[in-house]
Design a protein around this ligand. Structure first.
Ligand SMILES: [Zn+2]
Ligand SMILES: [Zn+2]
Length: 253
């Protein structure tokens, strides 16, 4: 299998180390054909992007030559309803919308948001496991309510029914990410992969690189694909499989 794309990259607009041009230069050196720059959305406690930075990086992304460069954003799931923290106008302008659970996403508007983020992010695996049904509902709510393209690093710090989530993704054209950075640090995902694949869901590759030297590196993802015998025609970002992302330009809440 040949990795020709990378749909999950962070620049110094959020917590990455490099500029857009440095990351994309590295992508071209690796022979990639398509990339998406996907900085963190705006509510986290740690270094995050802002609406101003999002707008400012747009021209630099679209000016890249010799590669298809998209502007995305990585949203934080911040409540048990599956609410995410991307303003509507940013959602409408993003070419790619990724959503994932992050423990530093602490927008404290609601008590349930506090519980959701902190219990999943900071307590023991056993405590987190008690939230299995709550987390599943959060993912299902997200997939139902938002025009999301990609569910990021599923199985990382947020226990849930991955098979039900995969069914919802398959029904609504949402890709499940194979995330190089976190795929070795998941719980309960390997055991469910057979059933997840049986849902017919599509997968997509993302390095989650925060540095230029990690762009387009997919050693863990390649091993995961082989181990679970994922059909290669259902993995997007390899072997010329080009994903289709949603048109959000008219989207309203
Ligand atoms: Zn993430
Ligand atoms: Zn990320």
């Amino acid at each position: 299998m040949t990795f020709d794309s990378d749909f999950h990259l962070h620049t110094n607009a959020s917590d990455g180390r490099c500029t857009v041009s440095e990351l994309i230069c590295a992508a071209k050196e690796r022979g990639l054909k398509r990339v998406a720059v996907t900085d963190h959305s705006f509510s986290g406690l740690r270094r995050r992007s802002t609406p101003e930075k999002f707008e400012a990086q747009r021209a630099e992304i679209y000016a890249q030559e010799g590669i298809t460069a998209l502007q995305g954003i990585e949203a934080n799931i911040i409540s048990e309803d599956g609410e995410i923290d991307v303003p509507d106008e940013v959602m409408r302008r993003a070419d790619v919308l990724i959503a994932g659970f992050h423990r530093f996403a602490a927008l404290m508007r609601k008590s349930e948001a506090r519980r959701f983020v902190f219990v999943n992010g900071f307590l023991s695996e056993r405590e987190r496991q008690k939230l299995y049904d709550v987390n599943t509902c959060a993912y299902l709510g997200l997939i139902e309510c938002y025009p999301v393209d990609i569910i990021a690093h599923i199985g990382h710090r947020c226990p849930a029914d991955f098979v039900r989530i995969a069914e919802a993704c398959a029904a609504r054209g949402v890709y499940i990410e194979l995330n190089e950075r976190h795929i070795l640090d998941t719980r309960g995902l390997d055991e469910r992969m057979g059933d997840i694949i049986s849902t017919g869901v599509k997968f997509i590759v993302g390095s989650d690189a925060h540095r230029a030297d990690r762009v387009g590196i997919f050693d863990n993802v390649a091993a995961f694909i082989k181990r679970h015998d994922i059909p290669l025609d259902r993995v997007y970002g390899i072997d010329g499989n080009v994903p289709a992302f949603k048109d959000r330009s008219e989207w309203k809440r």
